[in-house]
Unconditional design. Structure first.
Lengths: 117, 116
């Protein structure tokens, strides 16, 4: 079964440093997302991406965040200057049609645990 | 804006028994999708079941079924013949059908413990 792959699985960074989280979505999917889950809390939407541009973003997704699909297969989330409160699990997801061409759902990656110290 | 509420922070069930997890949502839209996702200790998000709002028939996937009450804006998940592997955090989620592949809005989650 196709998977969404995220790397690294765990990243520790110092406050103020830039981090790039990487994702390889399912190859025939066209819609890509980043979500965040602070430990023990609910999963929150950050941004959606379609046709090489942001289609929607939440208020969490401020100027410190950016997304990119640099080479047609990878989908990255960059945090320019990390803060302690950016420590969370970051999930990439992709969306596309299931069997028969109808909308099925979203496939999530295994997540990247970001720890800012 | 749509909101999703899971009022049960924790639930427990004996192995082989049945448990129901509750979810309510608030929306002014008539067409949407609802989902249940499972998050085991590995923290991966796994789709359990989905329901299209225009379908009156409740979705089922093996031991998992939903009770979708559109007028009441309720979407509960029933797990029959519970297994130890069902222990996880369960999230209810909403997606508008008006936006192609729009974002998911999640509830707070319910931790399910399965006792042997």
């Amino acid at each position: 079964e196709p998977e969404v792959t995220q790397t690294p699985s765990h990243q520790v960074t110092q406050m103020g440093q830039e981090v790039i989280l990487r994702c390889v979505p399912i190859s025939n999917h066209l819609y890509f997302y980043w979500y965040r889950q602070i430990l023990g809390q609910k999963v929150e939407f950050l941004v959606s991406f379609y046709n090489n541009e942001i289609s929607e973003k939440s208020e969490i997704f401020d100027d410190q965040f950016s997304v990119e699909r640099p080479d047609g297969s990878n989908f990255t989330l960059k945090i320019r200057s990390t803060k302690l409160e950016d420590s969370a699990m970051y999930f990439c997801a992709s969306g596309g049609p299931g069997a028969g061409g109808q909308f099925y759902g979203y496939t999530f990656g295994s997540g990247t645990r970001l720890t800012v110290v | 804006a749509q909101t999703v509420t899971q009022s049960q922070p924790e639930m427990s069930v004996q192995e082989a028994e049945t448990v129901t997890l509750s979810c309510t949502y608030d929306t002014s839209e008539s067409d949407y999708y609802l989902f249940w996702y499972k998050q085991p200790p590995s923290r991966q998000m796994i789709l359990v079941i989905r329901q299209e709002a225009y379908k009156q028939q409740n979705a089922t996937e093996n031991r998992f079924s939903v009770n979708f009450q559109k007028a009441a804006k309720s979407f509960s998940l029933k797990i029959s013949d519970s297994q130890l592997g069902d222990a996880a955090m369960y999230f209810c989620a909403y997606r508008s059908a008006g936006v192609s592949y729009g974002k998911l809005t999640f509830g707070q989650g319910t931790i399910l413990t399965v006792h042997p």
